[in-house]
Design a protein around this ligand. Sequence first.
Ligand code: ARG
Length: 402
Amino acid sequence: GIEVVAVVEQPKNLDMGDIAVPVFSVMKAIRKPLPEVVAFVKTLLLESFDVISEINPTGGFLNIRVKKTEICANILKEAVNKLGDFGNNDFGLDKNVVIDYSSPNIAKSFSIGHLRSTMIGNSLKLIYRKCGYNVFGINYLGDWGTQFGKMIIAYKKWGNLAEIKADPINKLTELYVRFHDEAKEDPSLEDEAREAFRKLETGDQEYYELWQWIREESLKESQQIYDLLHVSFDSYNGEAYYNDKMDPVVDELMEKGLLIDDQGAKIVRIGDDVPPALIKRSDGGSLYITRDLAALFYRKREYKFDKILYVVGNEQKLHFTQLKKVIEKMGYDFANDIEHVNFGLYLTGGKKISTRQGASHKLYDVLMKAIGLAYEQINAKNPDLENKEEIAKNVGIAAIVF
Ligand code: ARG
């Protein structure tokens, strides 16, 4: 009738057993001398668990040895019986989780830089599903922003439609790289790009159609990769989707007295230790965080999430801190349900991988290379294997994923 909490340890000497349980707390609780307690607990444990094979007391510890073969057999039997349902639980019953993952910036190739978010996000989705949560996986495509202004300008200046149609993403990526090279010499290109994006934002028909086409081509390429990785999403609503949904948030910030004028721009002050969040540029343009705020309110309404996870690299830590703080300042409790699941960067030669510098780190190429290497190994070691191609594909992709 006494409840005792004991921390289970690994025995100092593994010859003594598999698990060591200190009995001091039991001694305190029942106020009996050590030998009596040891004898009492030993009998109790042996009677209660039939997977315990022996118990060796040393000092204040009981070293327990378990029947590993029997335990393993039980687990395997259960796994075989339940198959895909093995390990299911209902921790998350009636709870909703939104996971924002992968979210590549389109109009350029899907780079290896987005592999981690894609795979960590997908794993979290599967784990939460297994725990009984309703999970909504969202690919928040980076399909809006000044990079599209740059694409449009580069396309108008140097693009060749026939060439691009034949190999859209590579040619568009080349244009993007060229823009950055030329802008180094001629900074006025940056202004042109900003102006082009502003026109796109305010609904210019020609630019809008160009944007739509680039988006579609990029999505096709991404889809190829998601198919190879067996990753899927419930929504592809990206940044562009929120272009016309930002005003209510900005208005609310204004009404709550949180929006401050700063040399023509609009900012929200967050505190002494975090820089202010820039909500509107002085030319009226919106920003990454403005769209994320609109998306967050939309998701709260649409999915009624109990938790929202952003699976994004560590370099965006400040952004997500600001996002959370702005929600907090607006007085919403769900600020506590926002979590940034962060991770480190892939580096090449100690540097961040960047499309702009023209370095090609296309995830597609990396996957194909891994499949090729797996195929070479099979050919060398087991040339008569059936389904060589299929096995090489599975092994190569699994290697990259893990
Ligand atoms: N597109 C961004 C990038 O590649 C990641 C977006 C993450 N999600 C978000 N809601 N901000 O850097």
